[in-house]
Write a protein that binds this ligand. Structure first.
Ligand code: SAM
Ligand code: SF4
Length: 334
């Protein structure tokens, strides 16, 4: 299938869209089979020094903040391991408490207790030496969405003290250090155009990340973009499918933002070529405080409940959910 990206992003021909989804699933299945990998998401801190204009954790927002202790994080991993998770994703705001020393200590402790598990970090921008220390301590993967591949669009979404070039440099540093790297963006973020989306796709095509996280933008109360409309589920699904066709080996989550926007959002993402789900393993009492956008999914449910729910949903659409690390397979080469 040749990818006419302009047409695929704009067509109202349902057959063209169905063909795209079918091709995406064929390519995914040829690499990974009909399998969906689970990642246990642990939201380690809601403190953030940054002021991204779209995010409900931005520093200017007055809200109750929390951070998890090493013991709390280990407890989340214990619960997750018993539920069959073999990847833990530690995500949070850019919180100065999480020094290299503390993160390394936590990573080593998790690796020591769960040597069969992969650790993904998603703690925002850090320096090369910091990324190197965390990698040395045992972190396998790092998620850092590039947010947009267009510098002017980046400047519209972020305060002046945040720099597009630095974000891109972080991604290159992570790659050089041997991480499995994830980039990504929100669909429908303020200022996004067909042109900026095409730049995102061109960047992904060139960078060949091991993971790509995309989900609709959802407004967050109290942020400068609180009244901006949410991104489109349909467009997100098309983009997932295009990315799968472009890069069949990529690990592609059916994001919670999609699940928040549509009751069948994650199932539809799998039918468009996604192959990862990330149920929440965070303690029940902190989930509502990690409010990056409004009406976030499953804020009150227990880890076991979220995991059982997502497993059942995946099985119902004919996907297997193995208890495996689910590493990137193959090559990032084109
Ligand atoms: N602080 C780290 C960072 O920025 O990379 C990790 C946590 S941050 C909350 C994770 C991702 O959430 C961001 O990369 C962004 O794309 C997404 N996000 C933030 N605000 C959002 C919103 N209002 N709607 C949808 N996604 C959002
Ligand atoms: Fe902080 Fe990440 Fe939110 Fe930006 S997107 S304010 S870095 S948590």
């Amino acid at each position: 299938m040749t990818l006419d990206i302009d047409r695929l992003l704009t067509t109202s021909d349902p057959t063209a869209v169905d063909d795209l989804y079918a091709e995406a699933c064929r390519r995914r299945d040829a690499v990974y089979g009909r399998r969906v990998f689970m990642r246990g998401l642990i939201e380690v801190t809601s403190h953030c020094r940054n002021n991204c204009l779209y995010c409900g954790l931005r520093r200017d927002l007055q809200c109750t903040r929390y951070r998890l202790s090493k013991d709390q994080i280990l407890d989340c991993c214990r619960t997750g391991h018993a539920l069959g998770f073999r990847t833990f994703v530690m995500q949070g705001g850019e919180d100065a408490w999480f020094t290299d020393e503390r993160v390394c200590d936590i990573v080593r402790a998790v690796k020591q207790e769960f040597p069969d598990c992969a650790i993904t970090l998603s703690l925002g921008e850090r320096g090369y030496d910091s990324f190197a220390r965390l990698r040395e301590a045992g972190a396998d993967r790092y998620l850092l969405r590039h947010e947009t591949a267009d510098a002017a669009h980046y400047a519209l979404l972020h305060p002046a003290e945040m720099h597009f070039e630095h974000r891109m440099q972080c991604l290159r540093d992570l790659r050089a250090l041997g991480y499995q790297v994830g980039c990504g963006f929100m669909v429908g973020s303020p200022g996004q155009t067909l042109d900026t989306l095409k730049k995102d796709l061109a960047f992904i095509d060139e960078f060949r990340p091991e993971m790509v996280g995309i989900g609709p933008f959802i407004p967050a109360s109290g942020t400068p973009f609180q009244h901006h409309p949410a991104g489109s589920v349909e467009l997100t699904l098309r983009l997932l499918a295009i990315i799968r066709v472009m890069h069949p080996h990529v690990l592609l989550p059916a994001t919670s933002a999609l699940g928040t926007m549509h009751p069948q959002g994650r199932e539809r993402a799998i039918a468009a070529g996604a192959n990862v789900v990330m149920p929440n393993l965070s303690p029940q009492d902190t989930r509502a405080l990690y409010s990056i956008y409004n009406n976030k999914l499953a804020t009150g449910s227990e880890a076991a409940e979220s995991a059982a729910d997502i497993r059942a949903r995946m099985k119902a659409i004919g996907m297997d959910v193995p208890s495996e690390r689910g590493d990137f397979v193959g090559t990032s080469e084109r």
